[in-house]
Design a binder for this molecule. Structure first.
Ligand code: ZN
Length: 134
């Protein structure tokens, strides 16, 4: 659907137009979107135990070098996720990467720890139960 905003014509799908609040979803569309969202949330929730178990396996690593590197790249709570403050900072616009960072992912792979999630796939438990041990 073509949309014109401030003289700029944009080609948007109806889904995108609904997402951005440009048009309102019809009842049937909204019911379908609600069902898809509920399905997505259920699937994501079902994935979390495996991811959380992988994080606990990382916490239990006792390989000396692996432990040193993992402790350096330990997760720090940041809202509904974590960030790594162990990655070296550089540049004026530096932002800490999300955790697990690439270093943590590589160490996990080297140690044979499977199911370590990408940062965008894992939910940090709101009760802090999976935050880094002190
Ligand atoms: Zn890191």
């Amino acid at each position: 659907m073509p949309v014109e905003l401030r003289g700029i014509a944009l080609g948007l799908s109806r889904e995108m137009a609904i997402d951005y609040g440009i048009v309102q979803a019809m009842r049937a569309e909204q019911e379908k979107r609600d069902a898809e969202l509920a399905e997505w949330r259920a699937k994501r929730a079902a994935e979390q135990p495996a991811y959380h178990a992988a994080i606990r396996r990382l916490d239990a690593v006792n390989d000396p070098l692996g432990r040193v590197v993992l402790d350096l790249h330990q997760r720090v709570a940041s809202g509904s996720s974590w960030r790594c403050e162990g990655c070296d900072a550089s540049g004026y616009d530096w932002e800490y990467p999300e955790w697990p960072c690439r270093t943590t992912e590589e160490v996990a792979r080297h140690l044979g720890i499977e199911d370590v999630p990408n940062a965008w796939r894992v939910d940090r438990p709101a009760d802090g139960s999976l935050d880094a041990p002190e």
